[in-house]
Design a protein around this ligand. Structure first.
Ligand SMILES: [Zn+2]
Length: 436
């Protein structure tokens, strides 16, 4: 990795007084706001693929807008078959990238102002995509424009990359990497200030077990809980058949012991049990209360016959329980930059035939996938449990001492006037830590 060209430590950048750069940006303010409003008015949610528009009409329109604007500002532009585009300035073999994205997730309900109106109220633009990520990438484009207009000399080319599929699979960057060489350095103006320097390794997968031996005394028709694997489930429901008086007595005792929120309905010799928890994001499972594990805790107190079902419930209670760091499971890891491993049990679907549990584990940045999965596989092996639908995203990590991190942090501190620590996340931003 070579040296970066910006010298923002002092008052000069590329030989130009910083004040001049700030003044230029101020002059451009109205134009930046207008361009941000215009691009936010395009509903760029992924849609049906068409010729040259792999992510649909809206996304293609937003990409077209960004590239036309870039051309108008005097940049060289490239559109890679509608998958991704970029604007570029400067000369040299290597380039530095600013990577953002123009696609947005569906707007949902509950807006104070129209989600694609980009109206300004109290000095803020209201629209889907203003912060994630159209606003930031348009700001970056104008930042480069200011540099160009002031004639600041750069040692490398700078490329503003307009991604179009960040929210639904990043197929844009997959395409980009097939045709373009990677930048020598870069950053993404997305997520959180001042800077994210570490993001945990992320895995999503199911553990599955088929049942051959079922309990005779109490039948479990189903256990269902959780909607998404990257959320802490706040609801779990089970239907049992058996000695209702006994089952009820276990529930009442459990309520006394735990104070959990549990409801049940009895019909004949069947009982539907509903357990409530508190939802949280899968990257911070310690902030939630897992309804599935509360259900397992309750079911674990019932005297099921020796069976695969009973063994599986015991397995979850023994090795997962209410822990959110994988300690009892044997996969606990921790490091200084990014903290503890997070272990979220997100979904369960259990019936007479078998069980499928959705897990979302995130491991600290200085470890490898094997450091987590080897002990994991060791643990499940003897229980006849298997892993399915495995997805993995490797960690992202730069040392706080890395030149890129130090420079970007310095720019933030000098410009915003507050001293902050860069942030490590588990795939979702956590709180900022600022001194001033
Ligand atoms: Zn984003």
């Amino acid at each position: 990795m070579g040296k970066v060209t910006f010298h923002l430590g002092g008052t000069y950048i590329g030989g130009v007084f910083m004040e001049r750069l700030f003044k230029k940006i101020d002059e451009l303010k109205d134009e930046i706001v207008k361009s941000t409003q215009e691009i936010c008015r395009i509903k760029s949610v992924e849609g049906e693929a068409k010729e040259g528009k792999p992510f649909g009409e809206g996304v293609a329109e937003a990409l077209d807008y960004a590239l036309k604007l870039s051309e108008r500002l005097g940049f060289k532009t490239v559109n890679l078959d509608g998958y991704v585009g970029y604007a570029e300035y400067g000369d040299g073999e290597d380039y530095v990238a600013v990577l953002g994205h123009l696609d947005v997730v569906p707007e949902g309900d509950g807006w104070m102002y129209p989600p694609y109106g980009a109206q300004i109220h109290d000095g803020k633009i209201y629209a889907r995509g203003t912060m994630d990520d159209k606003g930031p990438i348009i700001a970056a484009l104008y930042g480069l424009y200011a540099i160009k207009e002031l004639g600041i000399k750069l040692d490398r080319r700078v490329r503003i990359i307009f991604g179009t599929n960040e929210e639904t699979g990043s197929k844009d960057i997959e395409y980009y990497n097939r045709f373009e060489k990677p930048p020598v350095l870069g950053f993404t103006p997305d997520a959180e200030f001042p800077l994210i320097f570490a993001e945990k390794g992320l895995t999503v997968f199911d553990i599955v077990k088929d049942f051959s031996r079922r309990p005779e005394n109490i039948k479990i028709e189903y256990v269902k809980g959780g909607q998404r694997v990257n959320m802490v489930p706040d609801y779990c429901e089970a239907k049992l058949e058996g000695d209702i008086e006994y089952i009820q007595s276990v529930i009442f005792k459990h309520l006394e012991e735990t104070g959990d929120k549990v409801e049940f309905e009895v019909t004949g010799n069947e009982i539907v049990i509903k357990v409530y928890g508190v939802s949280a994001h899968g990257s911070t499972p310690e902030l939630g209360e897992n309804a599935v594990m509360k259900m397992m805790n309750l079911l674990g107190k019932m005297n099921f016959d020796e069976s695969d079902v009973k063994n599986f419930i015991d397995f979850l209670n023994k090795y997962v329980g209410f822990e959110t760091d994988g300690r009892s499971f044997g996969v606990y890891l921790e490091d200084e930059p990014s903290g503890k491993l997070s272990f979220n049990l997100g979904t369960i679907d259990l019936n007479e035939k078998g069980v499928r549990v959705g897990l979302n584990l995130r491991y600290p940045v200085t470890y490898s996938l094997e450091d987590m999965m080897n002990p994991f596989n060791e643990r499940i092996k003897e229980y006849g449990i298997r892993v399915e639908n495995f997805e993995h995203q490797a960690p992202l990590y730069f040392s706080k001492e890395h030149e890129l991190i130090k420079k970007l942090m310095k720019v933030y501190e000098d410009y915003v006037g507050e001293r902050c620590e860069p942030i490590a996340i588990g795939g979702e931003p956590t709180q900022r830590r600022c001194l001033i």
